[in-house]
Design a protein around this ligand. Structure first.
Ligand SMILES: C[S@@+](CC[C@H](N)C(=O)[O-])C[C@H]1O[C@@H](n2cnc3c(N)ncnc32)[C@H](O)[C@@H]1O
Length: 419
């Protein structure tokens, strides 16, 4: 296909610019409303940005040297105020309601976790344009300044020990992922190395990285699945990270979920507390390590948290003890399996599912349990809006949006539903 000039008129799915030329319409990554661009159609619906012919007013110089190669922060070339405005517009379209997106308290080094791919040439992120290639994350502005040194020393150590990187294409090699997690409010840091089966010299690796982390974990993933977790084989220090949000201490197992922008997550907890006032019998679905359960426990008579990750549930129980909270209990299992069998009634349900939203059995169970109030927390307002339409007899009383993920098209939205 030939190059084509496009006028970018808005944002479409995945935060790509919508480019129009006459009746033709393409999605163009890294193009923003107001731009006029030269692009190359790569399919019927997508075109690759070749050149910006005229920059829109909201364009700024991206700060990261890897911008557009790595592709993680695809809105980094858009000024922050405009990022918030476009995220707000997305939510307004879905809910037909005006909402202002609260800015993140920090927009650089706001993440507490990065899962770096280990490749022969680099440790970093898979390239946007070619999944098989890895772009070094040295200089990445998402985690912390120390992550550069962690990558540099890790590379040096792996080379010296002649440890081969895993190759996704031929399924050969040893080193797969380097996962760095940080407790932003505790100063704790945990580094995990995920490998295929074999021997990893964890003690020497920890010595080589010295003071850069409190804890080191070695985990094995010998399956073809390209995932950044595995069975823990050994650890030095602790096999969990310590973090503190809104006065609650959390222990987070090496590979369990935790909110990735803790600065904004803390605000979210305060916001949900304010929304609820009191919580009676509280159900926390998809509870992770007890993030909402424990932060809301003092507003509730009793709390039940449900989560499929058994390690997270074990930590949630420990976290309750650690914070001297005695009214919170936890069940390990899939929400769609556990919830339909529950005999208890709840006054309030907090639901915080993964991006795919609520399982149909969870929607049915909630329609049977009929809690007075549902707080639906979501990192995907599209599935959130669809799910809310399926919940019978609720009214959308309040809708809030927080920017958890600066420089990406993602946004967190919180809906308070009452009967
Ligand atoms: C967006 S996270 C929210 C976690 C927690 N509310 C927090 O704020 O830290 C979603 C959680 O759902 C869990 N999960 C995924 N599928 C699940 C399922 N079918 N049933 C129960 N939990 C599930 C994940 O392990 C993850 O901890």
């Amino acid at each position: 296909m030939n190059e084509i000039e496009l006028e970018i008129t808005g944002f479409g799915k995945g935060g790509a610019g919508i480019g129009r030329a006459g009746r033709k319409r393409y999605l163009v990554d890294f193009a923003y409303p107001g731009d006029r661009v030269l692009a190359l159609p790569v399919s019927r619906k997508k075109a690759r940005l070749l050149k910006i012919l005229r920059a829109g007013d909201a364009r700024v110089e991206p700060r990261c040297e890897h911008f557009s190669v790595c592709g993680s922060c695809r809105w980094q070339g858009l000024d922050y105020g405009s990022q918030l405005r476009y995220k707000g517009e997305l939510i307004e379209k879905l809910f037909s309601r005006e909402v202002e997106v609260e800015p993140s308290p920090r927009i650089w080094y706001y993440r507490n976790r990065m899962d770096f791919t280990i490749a022969e040439n680099a440790i970093g992120m898979r390239r946007y344009s070619s999944f098989a290639e890895v772009e070094s994350a040295e200089g990445c502005l998402l985690l912390s300044k120390e992550s550069d040194e962690i990558i540099r020393l890790s590379r040096k150590f792996f080379r010296k020990r002649e440890l081969a990187a895993y190759n996704l294409l031929n399924k050969q090699g040893f080193l797969r992922y380097l996962v760095v997690r940080e407790g932003k409010f505790t100063g704790d840091r945990l580094i995990s190395v995920v490998t295929t089966a074999g021997e990893f010299p964890l003690e020497s690796y920890a010595d080589a990285l010295g003071e850069l982390a409190e804890s080191f974990v070695w985990a094995i993933n010998d399956s073809p699945a390209d995932v950044s977790y595995g069975e823990i084989s050994s650890f030095k220090g602790r096999d969990y990270l310590e973090e503190r949000l809104a006065g609650i201490e959390y222990r987070i197992p090496a590979f369990s979920f935790f909110q990735t922008n803790p600065y904004q997550a803390e605000r979210m907890l305060v916001l949900v507390r304010k929304m609820l006032g009191s919580a009676g019998r509280l159900l926390d679905l998809y509870c992770g390590v007890g993030t909402f359960s424990l932060a809301l426990a003092d507003l509730a008579g009793e709390v039940l948290g449900i989560e499929e990750d058994a390690k997270a549930i074990e930590a949630a129980g420990l976290n309750a003890k650690l914070n001297e909270i005695s009214n919170a209990h936890f069940i390990a299992g899939r929400a769609e399996d556990v919830l339909p069998g529950l005999e208890k009634r709840f006054d309030v349900a907090v639901v915080d599912p993964p991006r795919a939203g609520l399982h149909p059995r969870v929607v049915r169970a909630l329609n049977t349990l009929r809690p007075e109030v549902v707080v639906y927390v979501s990192c995907n307002p599209r599935t959130q809006a669809e799910d809310i339409r399926k919940l019978d007899g609720y009214e959308l009383e309040e809708l809030k949006a927080l920017d958890m993920f600066p420089h990406t098209p993602h946004v967190e939205s919180i809906a308070l539903l009452t009967r």
